[in-house]
Design a protein around this ligand. Structure first.
Ligand code: PLP
Length: 376
């Protein structure tokens, strides 16, 4: 198998699995218990909280563990709205992940007004559009750091500063950015930020939400006193430890990420664009994650190409994994290039740490063969 779908999910790093194992076997207590067998697990949770915080330039006390980034995204927007009950306007973009978009759509049914900022052909928003959309009624702006389908990077620092200047809370979905590019929340006045474990070498089912100190927070999941009353539910210690370990590793290896992954991505992308006719890049050439390549193969339906690639053991996708079972065209590429069939004829390749030159060459050959066959 050649796995080129790391924006969908990543393999669990062996170090992460090893760090989790004791908490799946001997250390199965409840961290809220008063006796040592349970209570000592609090130390493991706090260590993980510190590791997550360090990856994003935050303080441990600003991290809340969640079950996934979908929950983190929902919780952040919910908290911002609760903080400003009189305000009824939300700003997001047309290319956010469905965990933001569909939550916003639900809020629209509840009477909120939502502005979906458009993107240009490169997948970028215009800061002037954001500036114009902000009103005294705006409670929250939710914009992503890196797009999951194209890898395009939004100017988060500028967005955060603009929101801060207007007194509007800013939430950032940093799921695809974390572990791939530096994130330093001491330098960008982001109020809420979401990450998830399974995009950076931890298992599925664990995420985190950063809430800046003194930023208002009303929990979405209400229950016991866990997470300092900010998220009810008995902590999944093993997954939390796994997320902490993955963040620690990501921080340590971050300087190497670009050097390792970009040449492989570029070799694949340049190879396809130069040797397969009628192919086109979707997304800004440079303002983009170094692992992601979103390409349109004109005249070839994405699904047909993906089936042939799957037969050759190559894993790629035609958009967000969580929407892969619908036959809708990519709404992200559609928002960028509405006039063309690009959104039905695109493939996302997203590379990761374990990919090799040999794999990229084999993938190139398989993609070339499949494209020739389908254009027949
Ligand atoms: N946000 C982005 C940008 C994503 O790519 C994803 C996952 O695909 C999510 C949020 C949701 O993450 P999770 O699967 O942890 O809910």
């Amino acid at each position: 198998m050649i796995y080129l779908d790391h924006n969908a999910t990543t393999p669990i790093a062996p170090e992460v699995l090893a760090a989790m194992m004791p908490y799946l076997t001997e250390e199965w207590g409840n961290p809220s218990s008063t006796y040592k067998f349970g209570a000592k697990l609090k130390g493991a949770i706090e260590a993980a909280r510190g590791q997550v915080a360090e990856l994003i330039g935050a303080q441990a006390s600003e991290i809340i563990f969640t079950s996934c980034a979908t929950e983190s995204n929902n919780a952040a927007i919910h908290a911002a709205l609760k903080a400003n009950p009189a305000k009824r306007h939300i700003i997001t973009s047309a290319v956010e992940h469905s965990s933001v978009l569909n939550f916003c759509r639900t809020l629209e049914y509840g009477g909120f007004r939502v502005t979906y900022l458009p993107v240009d052909r490169d997948g970028l928003i215009k800061l002037a559009d954001l500036e114009n959309a902000l009103t005294d009624d705006t409670a929250v702006v939710s914009l992503m750091w890196a797009n999951n389908e194209t890898g395009v990077l939004f100017p988060v620092k500028e967005i955060a500063e603009m929101c801060r200047a207007r007194g509007v809370l800013f939430h950032c979905d940093a799921v695809q950015a974390a572990g791939k590019i530096p994130i330093n929340l001491r330098e960008a006045p982001v109020d809420y930020l979401s990450i998830t474990g399974h995009k950076l070498g931890a298992p599925k089912g664990v995420g985190a939400l950063y809430v800046r100190r003194k930023t208002p927070f009303t929990p979405l999941i209400v229950g016991g006193h866990q997470e300092r009353n900010q998220r009810g539910g008995t902590e999944n210690v093993a997954l939390i430890v796994g997320l902490g370990k993955a963040c620690g590793l990501a921080r340590q290896k971050l300087p190497e990420y670009d050097k390792k992954v970009r040449p492989l991505r570029d070799a694949l992308e340049d190879g396809i664009l130069s040797s397969i006719p009628n192919t086109e890049l979707n997304g800004h050439k440079t303002q983009r994650l170094s692992n992601t390549s979103n390409l349109t193969f004109h005249g070839i339906e994405s699904e047909a190409l993906l089936i042939l690639l799957d037969q050759e053991g190559i894993c790629a996708s035609s958009g967000a994994a969580c929407l892969a079972d619908s036959d809708e065209p990519s709404y992200v590429v559609q928002a960028m290039k509405s006039e063309s069939a690009a959104s039905r004829q695109m493939i996302r390749f997203s590379l990761g740490w374990e990919n090799t030159n040999v794999e990229v060459k084999a993938a190139m050959n398989a993609i070339t063969r499949a494209a020739k066959m389908l254009r027949g």
